[in-house]
Design a protein around this ligand. Structure first.
Ligand SMILES: Cc1cc2nc3c(=O)[nH]c(=O)nc-3n(C[C@H](O)[C@H](O)[C@H](O)COP(=O)(O)OP(=O)(O)OC[C@H]3O[C@@H](n4cnc5c(N)ncnc54)[C@H](O)[C@@H]3O)c2cc1C
Length: 587
């Protein structure tokens, strides 16, 4: 095995070479958990992040992490969590992933606690658990509304205690293969624009989601879906790509913060949704669960109230948590209080918030084996939001953070097993590395007039907002596809002035390649799924389609380099699990 920091050679070829056993692309919860698992196997690990360590999306997670500890509701157990996850995903989830997830989530939370995470407590001193939409029991372990911060802090400290090499502000632009296996990547640093060829025997993709394809989103600038396109270009299969989650509650005012998340924790703590007439309209959409219905249902309800003229002055609905009072809010939802006071001049202990759906999460992603997180491309593993399958057509709040830990660990362990069992070379042809560098540098070197990458990004985000929103129909999707393909044609002309030093425009010229490719895939799969199911709500169809409910849409790059879509039957759910839905939740 090579040493942790590998050997480096500043080269006349204009790039540095580093070598690790395992490369982990992404330093969010999934990537860091994978790194911990891989280093425990004694291997050298390199972790890359586009931003700084501790700044991934995971740090933004607010509401909590779902695991059936049964601390507050003793009747809870993995079976109930499994069933909630499958029901919410409208049964196109990978049932084996959901089973593993529900069974292992409690251990991962306790492990986090042992590593130092300080959760809120029940009066008896157990980890406190709050209610969340469509979870049958109070299940979300939380640290106020700053759960992600505590999670990333804990994982980061653990990683820093190992020999793991972290490459900050370093963006992967290409995966390399040798004899069909993934054997490393080309990356580029933000600060200097220096290229690094990272050789590795296995790669774990943990790059998170792609909310930035839309104009109004809760996601940060990092959410450009690089990993899913890097994997797709390397031959990986993708699953459920049409499924994009609109969170019911994003800020609407002032315009500069439109889309910023208002955590589901607000509804979990008893927040009431009301329209301009003061009606608790959720009774018209899900009388039983009201505000704690699943995200897809609440998002459509909020959208419908506004579209039908019952919205607030700034085009939202009202979310009222005033009954909790100042002290209660500061204990349970301090970030929300600060966010509204600082950004909107609203004291949420005295006034309701105005909210509207915002793009939040991507259920689809790289298709992985549930046991090992291996993709169909040897040497490539994936975990976290970039991977698909667990959440099906709609993710339950809180299920992402536990997903990161359960499958991040499995991905790290499996990649380590693979590396130990394979003595293959991680070399690639020098000409391949050079060709990739030329491709990445092209926008800087273009002499003739060219396209501004920000213009393309903005036009794409507007097109996706208009045509692939939370309500879709064939004509509009087709129009949207036309716009996306026209933008794709403009990509080769992108030009970015300036040098390689700290040049965000140049990095955006890479991002838009990913954003456009994902958008095309989302629209093409949304056109294929002709039904209403979870996040895929086709207005030109009346409801779910029984036959489509037995299928996943699998995407793979075809021989012509185009988007190939296969309708693949979902393996039948085994009797012992199917039986649960007949018996009702048993712990
Ligand atoms: C505001 C907000 C609140 C949320 N609240 C909750 C919650 O309460 N509970 C819950 O379960 N979920 C929540 N979620 C969802 C959850 O936070 C994310 O799904 C999850 O954190 C994703 O983790 P990840 O490890 O897969 O990726 P991320 O945390 O997104 O990390 C991705 C990493 O990949 C890196 N990266 C990306 N592209 C490249 C590249 N080309 N080269 C190198 N590095 C790259 C990034 O820099 C980053 O380090 C929330 C999300 C948001 C946005």
């Amino acid at each position: 095995m090579v040493q942790s920091d590998g050997h480096s050679a500043n080269g006349s070829a204009g790039h540095e070479v580093r070598e690790h056993d395992i490369l982990i692309i992404g330093a969010g919860g999934a990537g860091l958990r994978a790194a911990i698992a891989a280093t425990e196997q004694g291997l050298s690990v390199g972790v890359l992040t586009k931003s700084l360590l501790g700044k991934a999306h995971t740090v933004m997670a607010e509401g909590g992490i779902a695991a059936s500890l049964g601390n507050v509701d003793p009747d809870d157990g993995w079976r109930a969590h499994f069933m909630d996850t499958m029901k919410s995903g409208k049964f196109i989830n990978n049932w084996r992933m959901a089973e593993i997830f529900a069974k292992e989530a409690p251990d991962r939370v306790y492990e986090l606690e042992q590593w130092g995470a300080l959760f809120n407590r029940t009066p008896e001193g157990k980890i406190s658990q709050r209610p969340f939409g469509a979870h049958t029991y109070r299940r979300l372990c939380h640290v106020g509304d700053r759960t992600g911060l505590e999670m990333i802090r804990t994982l980061q400290e653990k990683v820093l205690a190992t020999d793991t090499k972290v490459y900050m502000e370093t963006t992967v632009v290409k995966l390399f293969k040798n004899a069909g296996r993934v054997v490393g990547a080309l990356a580029c640093t933000r600060e200097t624009g220096k290229f690094i060829h990272l050789k590795a025997k296995a790669v774990v993709m943990a790059t998170g989601g792609w909310g930035r394809i839309f104009k109004v989103t809760s996601n940060s600038w990092e959410g450009t879906g690089d990993g899913v396109v890097l994997a797709y270009d390397a031959g990986a299969e993708l699953v459920d790509m049409e499924m994009v989650q609109f969170h019911p509650t994003g800020m609407v005012w002032p315009p500069g913060v439109r889309g910023l998340l208002v955590t589901e924790g607000v509804r979990g703590e008893g927040g009431l949704l009301k329209n301009a007439k003061g009606e608790r309209y959720m009774k018209n959409y899900d009388e039983e669960r009201m505000e704690l219905s699943s995200r897809d249902v609440v998002a459509r309800a909020n959208y419908t109230e506004v579209m039908e003229g019952r919205g607030s002055p700034h085009g939202g609905v009202y979310l009222d948590i005033t009954h909790l009072g100042y002290d209660g809010i500061m204990k349970k939802l301090p970030t929300m209080h600060e966010q509204f006071l600082k950004l909107a001049d609203i004291d949420i202990s005295k006034e309701p918030m105005e909210v509207f759906p915002t793009i939040h999460y991507t259920m689809g992603g790289i298709k992985i084996d549930p046991e090992t997180c291996a993709t169909n491309v040897p040497g490539l593993y994936a975990a976290g939001e970039v991977a698909g399958g667990l959440h099906g057509a709609n993710r339950l709040g809180g299920n992402s953070l536990s997903d990161l830990l359960v499958f991040g660990r499995r991905a790290g362990e499996s990649a380590a097993e693979y590396v130990k069992g394979n003595g293959h070379s991680s070399e690639v042809e020098a000409s391949e590395v050079e060709a990739e560098k030329r491709r990445v540098l092209a926008p800087l070197e273009r002499k003739e007039d060219g396209e501004n990458p920000y213009t393309i990004q903005r036009e794409l985000q507007e097109a996706m907002m208009e045509h692939a929103n939370l309500m879709r129909n064939e004509d509009s999707l087709k129009e949207g596809l036309g716009k996306v393909l026209a933008l794709k044609d403009r990509l080769p002309n992108v030009k970015t002035p300036g040098s390689r030093l700290f040049n965000p425009g140049w990095h955006t010229s890479q991002d838009i390649y990913h954003l456009i490719q994902i958008s095309e895939i989302i629209i093409r799969t949304a056109l294929e799924r002709k039904e209403r199911r979870g996040a895929q709500w086709r207005l030109d169809y009346d409801g779910p389609d029984e036959e489509l409910g037995k299928l996943n849409l699998i995407v793979k790059k075809d021989d012509q380099g185009e988007v190939g879509i296969e309708k693949r039957e979902i393996p039948p759910i085994p009797v012992h699990l199917a039986q649960l839905f007949k018996e009702g939740a048993k712990v």
